[in-house]
Structures are given as structure tokens and as C-alpha cells.
Design a protein. Sequence first.
Length: 482
Amino acid sequence: MRGTTYPVCRNIMVTASYMKSLGHEIMVHDRCVDFRKAEKIFSSFRPQLLMLYAPPTASVKDAIEVSTVARKHGCTVVWAEVVAAAFSKQIVGGGYADFVLTGETEIKLKKLIYELENNKDFLSVSGITYKAEDKIITTPNVNDTNLEDIPEIDWDLIDVRKCFRKFPHCKNMLYIYTSRGCPFKCTFCYNTMFYNSCHRKRPIRHVLNEIKYLEENYGLDGANFSDEFLLLTDEEIEEITTFRNENNLKFFWGAETRADAYKDIEKLRRMYDSGCRWLMLGLETGSEETRRKIQKPMNKDIIRNFVDMCTQVGITTFGSFIIGFPDETPEQLKETAEFALSLNVDAFLFNYYVVILKTPMGNELVESNRLDPDKAFLESRASSQIQSLSKNYSSISDRELRVVKSYFDWLTFTRKKKEASSKNMFVEKAVDVLVHFAEGGIKNAVSNIYSAGKTFVTVVYYSTMFPKIKKKYGLYNVNKKK
């Protein structure tokens, strides 16, 4: 993947550290920050096995190219992550990989390597897809990893400083995890098929030890807990505060959570005291009917109150929404737009609905013959970032979806929020992205600048040129009176 949004994949680092602890020789090649050609990597390291992570962005085409080079060098090729799990049959059937892991990786990879070296009884390995005698086989996905047994991440496996990014309240932010999975069952989310809607926590001491090492040795000042769902107990919050103070650490942190997870302002104050400075809220929609469909019931008043409490405490809030759900109507989209405008969040993150196969919503589209998995895989190989509207299953026109998204994208940069918890943070983020455009040489810089310019023009065009559509959805300029 080429880009600067998510420059280090936590699962790469977890798996690499675990396999190293078992005595394997490991090299991590993160193509977000290391722009050497794959051929050069394989010629110098000569691995026996390639574990390839394909994140849910425009990475499939590049993943296929890397796999082709790996096969030329005699590697066993294993794909992992959400995209791989969703398209496991297409990947194995197309000859792009020998195996696909359809859930979390560590124990599965350990067992797979054992079978490769000994019995070759792959049916005994849970959560893998492979080909045997022209038949594609998928074993049931069981995520039974005890996170107590997973070692702390060995961050010396990579050049950590290349992976730092600016973020609100910090300049050297890195993605770290405190838990896996989510106990909820949102019908559109990969959690249902990847983690079986199971939520498990790492020992908080492992997390804090990693942060301490990164701050003292590399200058980390921000930890973005990239969990599917963060839910800290009072004891864990107190432990973070105590550890931070006793070790004289200065890092700030934030995470993705639900707006109904913390209902007490005093708990939010304790989180702030422990270093919490931002929270991303998966709000998804303002339509109660859509909420029922996606199985994510949340009370609007509770959400508004939570956002207001965060503002009082000083915690930056990101309101994340999804538009274009299957069969979503213009009336439902208007409810979402009106609800978003009623919130005092620092930033809006509007994304188009993207199908994830093997989720309940994805299965419905396949069963109703509205989605062909094989065709979807071919289209994913040529797709751009997930913020592009590639396929519209809603009852809303493409143009109207683009206008609504572009409006909120632009609003994030221009909105004047009272009692803002962070000023000009997104301008700073944009500057940081521009700085990193130069990484990887002229070819990559030109590609990034072209992509960014295209995105900017698209946002300006759709957010300014269609006043009737904006009026239809109540999209007024919030810095002026209606």
C-alpha cells in the first residue's frame, strides 16, 4: 500500500514479534514507509515464508505483485488481514497465495508452519483457506489466542521514526493496540466474521511497557489505540495514570469507541488526567431505521451529551459516519446530515459504505444477487482508497452522496467550534501529509500529489456547486446564521 494514513500495521508487528519469540528469523517490510522494490527485498533476505497483510484500502494490486515476486523466489505465500479473509477463496483459487488466514494470525501461523514442516495435515489448522486436489477448503475460524501469551511488540524490528505521524496534541504518534475484537454485532462490520464478535484485552502492563520503551528510546509522544472498540475499566484508567506519573511519561493517547460506552463526566476527566486527548466515535447514521438495520442502537441524546462532556473535559472528538448503506433513502440520509450538524464534534469523518464479504450485510447482497464475489475481487484490485464511491447500493444518487460527503469533508477544515479542544489541528495534519508525499522518490511523490489534488478538487466541486442538493439535505454554512 502506498500512502501515509496508516503507516504501520499493528498486526504485522504483533505477528512478527511473536514469530521471533519462537526462534524464527524475521524481517518486516512495510510498504507504506519502505519503498524499496520487492525484488530487492527477497533477493537480500531470501525468506522461506511470506506473511502478507492486505489492509482494507487500495492494496490488493500491490499485494499480488509482491506475491508474484515471492513465488519466483520459492516462498510459501500466506495472506492475512480483513481483505484476505473476505476474498480467501478468490485469492487461493486465483493462485495468488498458498494459504489465507481468515482470522487473527499468531497461533494459526505457528500451527501452519508446524504442519508444513511435518504432517501437512492442514485440516487441523483453524481459520485457513487452501487448495487441495483442485478443491478449495476453508476450515472453521477459531480465535483462541490468549493475549497474555502474546509477547510485547519488538519495535526494534522496524525504523520506528519513519512510522511516526502528526496527530492532534502530538507530533510523534504511533498505532498500538490494547484489545482485539468487539462484543457487538454490527451487520456491516468485519468484526462479525474476523473476530466472531469476541472482545479480549491485552494486559494493560504490556501496553504501557511498550509505550514507555517507545517514548524513552524513540521520542514517541502519542499512542493511538487502534482497537476495534476501546472500553477501559476504572482500574485500567488508574493504572495508566499511575504508570505515566511514576515514570514521568508525557505521551497522550486516544482511541475509537462508542458514544454510549462512557456516560460519566468524572470518568472522562480521569481519562483526560491519564493522557486521553481524542476519541473517535463510530456514530454511523442519524436514522433510527438504519440503526435497526445495522444492529447498532444508540440514543441520539446520549451521543450529544457525550460529545458535549468531551468538549467540557478537553477531549477532541471525531464523529465517524457511513453513508450509502444498502437501500438507504434520501430521507434517511437527511436524518444523518441533520444529526451530524447538531453535534459539537471537532471533526466529521464521512465515508461511503464499502461491502465486506462474509458479513451479514455482505451476505445479504450476495444472496440477493446484487453482488458477485468474484467480480468484487477483480474490482478491488483496481480500486482507489475506501473514501472513493466505487459501488452504490443505496436509493440515493451518486451525486447526492458525493455532495453530502464533500460538504462534511470541507466543513471539517472550515468549521469554527466554540470551546474547541484543538485549534487548526486538521490544517497541521494536512501539512504533515504533504511533507510525507516526498517519501519514496519522485515517482511516489508525483502520484501522491496527483491523488491529493484530485481529492481536493473533488471536495471543492461537490461541496460548492450543487446548492439545490445541499438545501435538500439541510447543509447550510454553520459559521453563518441560517
